[in-house]
Design a binder for this molecule. Structure first.
Ligand code: PMP
Length: 305
């Protein structure tokens, strides 16, 4: 596995080997941390690395931190600048994944959010694909349920909640599936293990509303906008029933790591014709061109390093 070259740690960019926390760190013991996940895409022709929607990612990170009563005294602008400085120090000329992590840094015992120190670290790693068979994934419906807004708020990327996501992912993988669909407590299909979900029925694009216990996904937001503006589709944000997945025309998942991943089989049933559908294919191509800096109409979504 590749390790980061540098990390932003305690206010400075340092060699990764010098970025340590103690084993009694609160965030490590209790999951009292929030993280982000951004991608940098290398464009060979332009000899440039582009970061996708950093401002939106850092706005969500600071919101997640706020839910955990954390204040790191940074802004989306300052965090974007730190990230650009870090990526310049790293000098990657390939696709990367960028991980900011805000965590309760105090060391000691005691479950709470108050009267603890907060800290931020950021590092980047070489990164290629994430999801197996992302042009034709076979998924199962997980027996685990999505964390609820009244348990661990699902709209933020809160570290502790990912113990649940890890249960989902491993059980699906061990059962031979590429990914899993998660139901919320009400029984609606809401997410993958770390992806938002979309379905096409009769030419309409449908995705669960944020209030169905989903992460406020940046890729989701981008795909909704592209589907309306570029494909002229009607996009509905409404709950999705489990059985709709069996009869829909197309189904796909979105996320920074997964990008736009086609789901073509759910629990041994073909989705639509059992191959990637035309709307999914068009959105994949559009998205890939935009993130790599090949579509000038969405140049405002990417920031050159
Ligand atoms: N849901 C969950 C639970 C996730 O972890 C992710 C990955 N960040 C997503 C959805 C997709 O969000 P985004 O498009 O912002 O990466």
């Amino acid at each position: 596995m590749d390790l980061p070259i540098h990390a932003y740690f305690q206010g400075k960019i340092v060699p990764y080997a010098d970025a340590h926390v103690g084993v009694a760190t609160h965030g490590l013991n209790y999951g009292t941390a929030a993280f982000g996940g951004l991608r940098g895409y290398w464009n060979e022709a332009r000899q440039s690395l582009f970061v996708f929607r950093p401002h939106d990612h850092f706005r969500r990170l600071l919101n997640s931190a706020k839910i955990l009563c954390m204040d790191i005294g940074e802004t989306p602008e300052s965090l974007t600048q730190i990230t650009l400085d870090l990526l310049r120090a790293d000098g990657y000329r390939r696709d990367v994944y960028i991980r900011p992590l805000v965590y309760k840094a105090s060391e000691g015992i005691g479950v709470r959010l108050h009267d603890l120190e907060d800290a931020i670290t950021i590092f980047a790693l070489p990164f290629n694909g994430y999801m197996k068979n992302d042009s034709g994934a076979h998924v199962t419906v997980s027996s685990w349920r999505r964390v609820d807004d009244n348990t661990i708020p699902a709209r933020g990327k809160i570290s502790g909640a990912y113990a649940s996501s890890a249960l989902v992912k491993t059980d699906a993988a061990r059962a031979g599936f590429d990914e899993a669909l998660l139901l919320d407590q009400a029984g609606h299909v809401v997410e993958g293990s770390a992806m938002n979900v979309f379905m096409v029925r009769d030419g309409v694009l449908i995705t669960p509303p944020i209030t169905d216990n989903i992460l406020e996904g940046i890729t989701r937001r981008s795909i909704i906008e592209l589907a309306r503006a570029e494909l002229g589709l009607t996009v509905l944000e409404r709950s999705i029933d489990r059985s709709e997945v069996f009869i829909c025309d197309e189904f796909f998942m979105t996320g920074t790591a997964a990008q736009v991943a086609a789901v073509t089989k759910v629990d041994y049933r073909p989705v639509g014709a059992g191959v990637m559908g035309p709307i999914t294919a068009q959105l994949r191509t559009l998205f890939d061109d935009i993130v790599r800096g090949k579509n000038p109409r969405y140049a405002q979504w990417i920031t050159a390093v």
